[in-house]
Design a protein. Structure first.
Length: 256
């Protein structure tokens, strides 16, 4: 076991992964979302696609747990339930699609769509339609599909909630519950289909304490009254995820 940990820590690019999870933990603790986008941008340049997803899932599962109690208190559990029911449909389809089609085929369309919606949000557009079970479950399904395909389940849900008039404490809590539920589902899928990469899992477990610390620090920085700051951070994370998700950043990498 000690040898396996030593080999994991000798992984080329480990420093890049450490920097990414510290930044991602701060963002996740503060905003309740956004970490997967940051982590996948780094992990996909160091690990193969399925190994990067395994690393992301292992780290993400443990990191937000210190903030779970507050999320259960502040969140809308009914909405979180519908998000996760939709995700349960979309996630396996996304993983299956990843096994058949190169993710970069979808990368351009997803990133461009996110940037267009972000521009609409920043222009002052707000979603005024009903946020009933069908709408929420539909968005959760799309998020689950993107999570299985590219490790970024957040953008559809982020854009829906950021366009709503809900309190930022509720938005943040629902994000955390939704993303934690996805991590549980993803781990289950990877275990059932034997997709867990041993090295990626070990690296993820070794880096979990640093990620949890960063999550706690990010939560400490969160101020429920600072809506303008919260939205500014959210917009920056959304834009960065779209830009970093462009396939051009993966050119020249051969993570085998």
């Amino acid at each position: 076991m000690i040898a396996a940990v030593a080999d994991a820590l000798a992984l080329p690019g480990i420093g890049w992964l450490v920097a990414a999870i510290l930044a991602a933990g701060l963002v996740r603790g503060f905003a309740g979302f956004g970490s997967g986008m940051i982590i996948m941008a780094a992990a996909s340049s160091v690990l193969s696609p399925f190994a990067a997803l395994a690393f992301l899932t292992v780290v993400e599962f443990w990191g937000p747990l210190p903030n779970l109690r507050a999320a259960l208190r502040d969140g809308d559990l009914s909405e979180a339930k519908w998000l996760l029911l939709g995700c349960a449909v979309g996630l396996p389809v996304g993983v299956w699609t990843l096994s058949l089609v190169a993710p970069e085929v979808f990368g351009w369309g997803v990133s461009i769509a996110i940037l267009v919606l972000l521009a609409a949000l920043m222009s002052g557009w707000r979603y005024s339609g009903p946020m009933g079970p069908r709408t929420i479950a539909g968005v959760g399904t799309f998020g689950g599909f993107l999570g299985g395909l590219a490790g970024i389940p957040g953008p559809p849900v982020i854009l829906l909630y950021m366009a709503s008039a809900k309190a930022i404490a509720v938005i943040r809590a629902n994000f955390l519950l939704y993303l934690l539920g996805i991590d549980v589902m993803m781990l289950g899928l990877f275990v059932v289909f034997g997709l867990l990469d041993a090295q990626a899992v070990i690296v993820g477990l070794v880096l979990v304490p640093a990620y949890m610390f960063a999550n706690v620090a990010g939560a400490w920085l969160f101020d429920p009254q600072a809506e303008r700051l919260f939205r500014a951070v959210a917009y920056i994370v959304i834009a960065a995820s779209a830009i970093l998700g462009l396939p051009i950043w993966e050119m020249g990498h051969a993570p085998e």
